[in-house]
Design a protein around this ligand. Structure first.
Ligand code: HDE
Length: 695
């Protein structure tokens, strides 16, 4: 009797791809070859499916469990591989292997994230960005798990669950997702004056980074370097972006979220694809106990910075991200960053926020990755000394869920006399090379108490606000108005206004005016508020890391039927010559006929590529196309937003009617095509008062 298989039935013959010399046989997870991956096992062609179908059950069972718990914070993230290169030896201050030799390279895996939203949330909420770097050093993995802001909301880790509960979507209603503009967040903040400095950063353009490549990164806490004499030097870590600091405007940010929720993840991928590798310099602020004691704040308090003008940042290395992960889940999702992953030569301080983190991160991996063996996952496995000997780790820890290793021999304890030289189980401690904790003198009563040196919650908030460019100050005031306008409970707004008076009277007045509320009396302060010297290094706008360049930036060129071919080609060339990425955008993508009878395929379609997705905008249109596009809202909006978002606009003469319809007014940033490439290198902050009312 002929067996009836699915191949004989109604598949039309096209759904089966068959194994051949170039394509291995598909198998189950246990290695059984699979004959048909399109149809379940049934009793007859139209009959019921059979429970017996182990191939179907295995596939669906695996699928049912493909999601793992997302990170409780920093769930939304994107990552890349690359390397760290030591550019200046720090051998005098630390024995950390990665900092010993100039030119020495260490592999890294770096993950950027937002904090409050879930794994599927947008890339561009107003939020702090995580900046976590795993260095696969020869002496083990060092995880520098930082943020793009150098301070934090709270001084003690015991308050972290409260902070995060308050910031995430509200417990009863389940919204808002990835947004701090709601009652519970501001309720908590208004009752937590120590958050005020961080709030200044959070309401500034720092939480609206244009791309990951345009952010600074910070280790936040004070760490220690330890040298071969056992001497400790305090250190704060800084990442300085080669591409410069750049942020978006709030209106633009909101529109990016709609146009492309994956905007920053896509940018990271595309930059690496183009060979435009995101690069940072690593800088350190090094200081000793005497310096620490001379400052008007406590260096163990993570709500404080050491201004760069007081203690310059010394550049000691660079990080280049040049490889996108092969698999998002296996690498980016399963990466476990753990601040307690430390290497010889680096140590911790008593910062009570850092100390709490040293517990939390290992703990969270157990519920997230499900096993104490998370260090065996390829992305987490060490690649240093032990790996070179054939195994990423060498110890007598055994078993546990998902044990991937098959340890040999009987010596699963130590000390032992069974394992001979080179045999499994023979690893021994090494007093000289092993990790040594800095033996700081510690004594005191056991107390739940904060030191008095942590009491000043406003001086550095004031320092930050007063160090900003006027445009940035207006953004901060406007962000506060926006966020507090979304707070429905008046007493919370009042409490915030009372706190803001301690930061800066002008700021408080502007926010009160924006809310149309009267200013309440200032809230009491626990310590005098100091007028510290401003730190211009904190600025993005007109600050030391603002770069006027096309390098790494994208320029959108709006074209349509009849666009002048010579103008288009010349502009594309000029943009590329400056290191920019030229992207043609047209009403129809497949084929755009040009003036000379040739045709080009556009890179993107007008509706799908609003101008918020590019850094500068050019418009090259024929008279006929311009006349058509003035009646196309997407085209008018494209230009209107470019103007409203303070971008350069370069246009061919025939495109003028579209610019007029979009309300573009002449200024330095609005040029003809010849002046455009130069103009496209920056934003036009002076245009802002013309296009929006800021607080
Ligand atoms: Fe985190 N944080 N955090 N955090 N954090 C986590 O660990 C925590 C803090 C930061 O890309 C969690 O693996 C506590 C400061 C980044 O995977 C968790 C406290 C800074 C990432 C956790 C803090 C950070 C996390 C959730 C209060 C900047 C993402 C998932 C003391 C210096 C890393 C995970 C990645 C992730 C706890 C405060 C940065 C729950 C208890 C300060 C960049 O363990």
């Amino acid at each position: 009797m002929t067996e009836l298989t699915s191949r004989d039935a109604g598949n039309g013959g096209e759904t089966h791809q068959t194994a051949d010399a170039d394509h291995p046989v598909l198998t189950t997870n246990h290695g059984t070859p699979i004959s048909d991956n399109q149809n379940q096992l049934k009793a007859g062609p139209r009959g019921p499916v059979l429970l017996e179908d182990e191939i179907f059950r295995e596939k669906i069972n695996h699928f049912d469990h493909e999601r793992i718990p997302e990170r409780i914070v920093h769930a939304r993230g994107s990552a890349a591989h690359g390397y760290f290169e030591c550019t200046e030896s720090l051998a005098d201050v630390t024995i950390a292997d990665l900092f010993q030799r100039k030119g020495q390279r260490t592999e890294v895996f770096t993950r950027f994230s937002t904090v409050a939203g879930g794994a599927g949330s947008i890339d561009t909420p107003r939020d702090v960005r995580g900046f976590a770097v795993k260095f696969y050093t020869r002496e083990g993995n060092w995880d520098l798990v930082g943020n793009n802001i150098p301070v934090f909301f709270i001084q003690d880790a015991i308050k972290f669950p409260d902070l995060i509960h308050a910031a995430k979507m509200e417990a009863d209603r389940g919204y808002p997702q990835a947004a701090t503009a709601h009652d519970t967040f501001w309720d908590f903040i208004s009752l937590m004056p120590e958050s005020t400095h961080m709030i200044m950063w959070a309401m500034s353009d720092r939480t609206l980074p244009r791309t990951f490549a345009n952010m600074e990164g910070f280790g936040v806490h004070t760490f220690r370097f330890i040298n071969k004499e056992g001497k400790s030097t305090f250190v704060k870590f800084h990442w300085k972006p080669k591409a410069g600091l750049a942020s978006t405007i709030w209106d633009e940010t909101v529109k990016i979220a709609g146009a492309d929720p994956d905007f920053q993840r896509r940018d990271l991928f595309e930059r690496i694809e183009r060979g435009d590798y995101p690069t940072w310099e690593l800088g350190v602020q090094l200081f000793d106990e005497a310096f620490a004691n001379s400052q008007p704040y406590d260096v163990l308090d993570a709500t404080k910075i050491i201004p760069e003008e007081v203690l310059p940042v010394r550049i000691v290395g660079k990080m280049v991200l040049d490889r996108y992960p092969d698999n998002y889940f296996a690498e980016t999702e399963q990466a476990a960053f753990v601040p307690s992953h430390i290497v010889p030569g680096i140590g911790f301080t008593n910062d009570p926020l850092l100390q709490g983190r040293l517990f939390s991160y290992t703990d969270t991996q157990l519920s997230r990755l499900g096993s104490v063996n998370f260090h065996q996952l390829p992305i987490n496995a060490a690649k240093g000394r032990a790996a070179a000997a054939g195994c990423p780790f060498m110890n007598q820890q055994r078993d546990g869920h998902m044990q991937m290793a098959v340890p040999k021999g009987r010596a699963n304890y130590e000390p032992n006399s069974l394992a001979k030289a080179g045999e499994p189980g023979g690893a021994r401690e090494d007093a000289a090379k092993g990790y040594k904790t800095f033996p700081s003198d510690e004594e005191g009563q056991k107390l739940r108490i904060r030191p008095e040196s942590f009491a000043d919650h406003y001086s550095q908030a004031r320092l930050f606000f007063r160090s900003m460019d006027p445009a940035e100050q207006a953004h901060i005031a406007s962000a506060l108005v926006f966020e507090l306008s979304k707070v429905s409970l008046e007493h919370i707004r009042l409490q915030m206004l009372a706190n803001l008076r301690n930061v800066d009277e002008d700021l408080a007045a502007r926010v009160a005016d924006g809310l149309a509320m009267d200013l309440p009396p200032a809230s009491p302060t626990a310590a005098p508020v100091l007028d510290m010297a401003p730190s211009p290094a904190l600025r993005i706008i007109r600050g030391p890391l603002e770069r006027h360049t096309l390098e790494g930036r994208s320029v959108g060129i709006l074209i349509a039927d009849g666009t002048d071919a010579a103008e288009l080609n010349a502009l594309k060339k000029a943009i590329q010559a400056e290191g920019g990425h030229a992207m043609t955008i047209a009403p129809k993508v497949g084929k755009v006929p040009l003036s000379d009878g040739s045709a080009v395929a556009a890179d993107a379609q007008l509706f799908g590529q609003p101008s918020v997705t590019v850094d500068a905008c050019a418009v090259i249109l024929s008279e006929k196309a311009a006349a058509k596009l003035v009646k196309e809202a997407a085209a008018v909006q494209w230009v209107m937003d470019a103007f409203g978002h303070l971008k350069a606009i370069g246009a061919s003469a025939a495109a003028k009617p579209l610019l007029d319809k979009a309300g573009v007014e002449a200024d330095e940033g609005v040029t003809d095509l010849s002046g455009f490439v130069e103009a496209a290198k920056k934003r036009y902050w002076d245009r802002e008062p013309k296009v929006r009312t800021l607080a």
